[in-house]
Structures are given as C-alpha cells and as structure tokens.
Design a protein around this ligand. Structure first.
Ligand code: F0G
Length: 438
C-alpha cells in the first residue's frame, strides 16, 4: 500500500521518501495522501476495535493502532514508539454545567509519555527520520515539541537540536529537553523567528525538521480524533474544541475527520472550534467578523501575523505555519474560531485542575472557549462537546502556583486555593483548620 506526498495547493505529487516540507513548485503545504479507495470496506470499525488492549508493538500504541490511516507502508521495525496515545476521555458533568452544555468530555493528551499531544506527532516524525536514514533532527519550540522530540530522538538514537526563546519557556518542558539529552540553543527571538531559523539552518546542514510543518507529525496527531470517536463507540460528538497555536492539531483534526468520513467510519462530521489566546490570535483576526454566513460562520482572509503575547506560553505564536490547512479544516467542518483572555484561560484551568484532572494553561482554552461559544449561542445547550487538553498540569507549575497565590500580573484568582503557613505546633495548625473551610 503506497502513500504519497501531495501539495495542498497545486496537487503536485512526490514520493513518500522525498525530504521536503513544502511544495518545490508552488511553496504550498504538503499532505500525505493514502490510498483510501484501496482500503474502503476493508478497514472497518471492527479492525480497530479488535486491536484494543493489544500487548504487542506497534498495535499497543494509540497511534499505530490506526496504522492504515497513519503510515501504512512503513516497516514495523522502523517505528519509534513508547507507546503513546491511549489517553483518557473524561466525562465531566460539573464542567459541562459550568460551560452551559449538555455533555462535555475532556480528551487528556497530557497523559502521553512526555506529557503532551506532541508524542503522537513525534512517533510519526521520528519514524520517518529513521526511514530516511537521518542522523539529526531539529525543531523550534515553545517547550512541548522540544520535550517530545528529545525523548523520541533518544529512543531512536538520533541527535536532537532545539531552538527556543531565551525566555517564556515553562520550566517543566525545558527540564525535560535538557534531561533527555537534546542540544538546546537559547535564542533571543520568539517562536515565529526561531521556526524560520530552524528551517534555514536545517536546510543548509541536512538536518530533518520536526515542527508541525512536517506532514508526518500531523499523521500521528490525527489519531487524537480517531481515538476520541472510537472511545465514544463511533458516535460523533457535535463539537470538537481545541486550542490553536501553530495550528497543527486543527489541521490534523480536519484531515482525520475527512478520512473517517470518506471511509464510511462516521456518518457525519462534527464541527471544529479553534480557540486562540486573545494576545496570540492571528487566525481569529484573519477570520472577518463582517462576512457572516448563517449568523456565525465567517470567511477567512489572508493571514496577518501578529506579535504574540499570552500567559499561555505554549500558544504564544503569531505566524502559524499551518494556517492554510486550518482554514481548510474550518471549511470542511463548518468550524468556528474564537478567542479567550488570559483571565478566562487561567480561571478555566483552575476549574479543570480542581476536578483532579489538571492541565497546563494553553489547554484550558478548550473549556474557556466552550463556555464562551455556549454563551454566544453558537454551541447549543443540547450539544455534546469534546474538548482537547493538550498538555499536563506539571508542565508549568509556576503558572499554577502564581495563580493561587495571586502573583500573576493582571490576573485575578477567581477560584483560589491559597497555601497556609504554620509554626510547627499542634495549636497553630489546629487554629488554621478551625478557621478554614475544609
Ligand atoms: N497546547 C499545547 C500544550 C502546546 O504545546 C501547543 C503547541 C499547542 C496547544 C498548540 O498546538 O500548534 O497544534 O495549534 N506547542 C508547540 C511547541 C508550538 O513548541 O511545543 P498547535
């Protein structure tokens, strides 16, 4: 079964083992196109259900369980898998009520081996690096991509190089990349500039780039959707809500839904809601409010990059590389884009954390965005919504402690859980417990 690289703009085709990230003819982004006709009717819901609980690699992975839709032609011996995926889908009635929807599930991608959804992309990307015989891989990162790439490169025995901003990286993520042995370069530039730099340097030195411009990353990330729908016993929710930064997930989700629909594995496509942080919202800004269709769906203009600023450092991105693919996903799913403030993000995070689930700030866009869209009447009260939590609570402990101790600039802790200090005496501790609600 062969797959090919294909330009999303001019449809030019390239062999799967070509080392390119954009179309050499027109500069368009590349898709990996699988031969869906060849598997129609042969790959069914039962095919994937039969693999649940598998103990052997690669089918024990929540990515490679769907190998026919990820990378059918790759030799299993080349697959770099920990395994990853198989993350929980939490039914959260209290948060559903707070958001104003009938049913809300949270798909926790922070439960991947390195604590973020990036592992699903990296198992695809590092497998391809191996298939191509690459001995060095690189990425620019706001943190999670670097942690994940460092871990998968270590697994595959490949050297890893990371370009990151010399400030604004959450400590949990930075410590992972260092610990896993990556060569880290701290640069006095933001993520958007670092992504340009890593592409230029890698091109001239023959290093394989594993940012989400690499289509093998997106093939892995599609499996978030496959797993959600399989966990819902192939019932389709009304909405999938996801944070948007470099727009890799948004793009992958659109492709995943389109493929499931083409194969007849789902009978309708859920709507995608992409949620950006107010200070890092180039997709939202290019999504013109004046051109309203059906009262809510807007048309998408050219991307105008912005200088990004948000407490949710994971999505502090002003020039998202996957913009055209995200627009395609919005069109295909009747999707919407919304923004939430840092205050809304941190309050939603506190509530997710308080459920004993927890996530990093960027992930909380999913809950904050669901609530906002419900208040606007776009998500209907009777709708079933799946929000994606992209990263683990422990990724950014400073944000959590800063919120609860009221130490974050311009953020008010609406749902605080303040720490108490006590002298080492029974009386002092008793006094605290008698005056505090526990
Ligand atoms: N959530 C988290 C926790 C992330 O780390 C990222 C991206 C996103 C959301 C945005 O996802 O790019 O697919 O729209 N982090 C990248 C990084 C940029 O370098 O770790 P996207």
């Amino acid at each position: 079964m062969t797959s090919i690289l294909q330009c999303m703009d001019c449809a030019a085709e390239y062999p799967i083992d070509t080392v390119i990230y954009t179309c050499p003819v027109c500069g368009g982004l590349l898709d990996i196109r699988h031969d869906l006709d060849a598997i129609y009717g042969k790959v069914t819901r039962q095919t994937f259900d039969g693999r649940l609980g598998a103990l052997d690699a690669p089918q024990n992975s929540g990515v490679w369980r769907y190998k026919e839709l990820v990378y059918p032609g790759v030799d299993n011996a080349l697959i770099a898998s920990k395994p990853e995926g198989n993350t929980n889908l939490y039914d959260v009635p209290r948060l559903a009520e707070w958001a104003g929807v009938n049913r809300l599930y949270l798909k926790h991608e922070g439960e991947n081996p390195t604590g973020s959804f990036k592992d699903r992309g990296m198992t695809g990307g590092v497998t391809q690096a191996r298939a191509l015989g690459m001995d060095r891989v690189a990425c620019a990162s706001t943190g999670n991509t670097s942690a994940s790439l460092a871990a998968y490169a270590a697994l595959a025995g490949i050297q890893c190089i990371i370009f990151f901003e010399n400030k604004n990286i959450a400590l949990g993520k930075l410590s992972q990349a260092v610990a896993y042995g990556a060569t880290g370069i701290r640069i006095n530039a933001d993520f958007d500039r670092n992504l340009e730099l890593v592409r230029e340097v890698s091109e001239s030195l023959g290093i394989y780039v594993l940012n989400s411009v690499n289509p093998f990353r997106l093939e892995g990330q599609k499996t978030i959707i496959f797993e959600i729908i399989q966990q819902l016993k192939w019932q389709v929710p009304d909405w999938i809500v996801v944070p948007g930064g470099n727009l890799g997930n948004s793009s992958a989700f659109g492709k995943a839904l389109s493929e499931l629909h083409c194969l007849g594995l789902i009978d309708r496509v859920p709507r995608l809601a992409i949620i950006q942080a107010e200070g890092a919202a180039p997709l939202y800004r290019s999504y013109r409010p004046d051109a309203s269709v059906n009262g809510y769906q807007r048309s998408v203009d050219e991307l105008e990059p912005v200088q990004a600023k948000t407490l949710a450092t994971a999505i502090k991105i002003g020039n998202p590389v996957n913009f055209p693919k995200a627009v395609r996903a919005l069109r295909h799913t009747g999707g919407v884009v919304e923004v939430v403030s840092d205050q809304e993000i941190m309050d939603a995070k506190a509530l997710i954390d308080r459920q004993g689930i927890g996530c990093e700030p960027a992930s909380a866009c999913s809950l904050a965005g669901t609530r906002k869209l419900a208040q606007m009447g776009i998500i209907q009260p009777g709708d079933t919504v799946v929000g994606v939590l992209t990263g683990h609570l422990l990724k950014d402990p400073d944000a959590t402690i800063g919120y609860h101790n009221q130490q974050l600039e311009n953020i008010n802790a609406t749902y605080p859980n303040r720490l108490h200090d006590a002298e080492p005496s029974v009386q002092a501790i008793t006094r605290i417990l008698q005056t505090t609600e526990v």
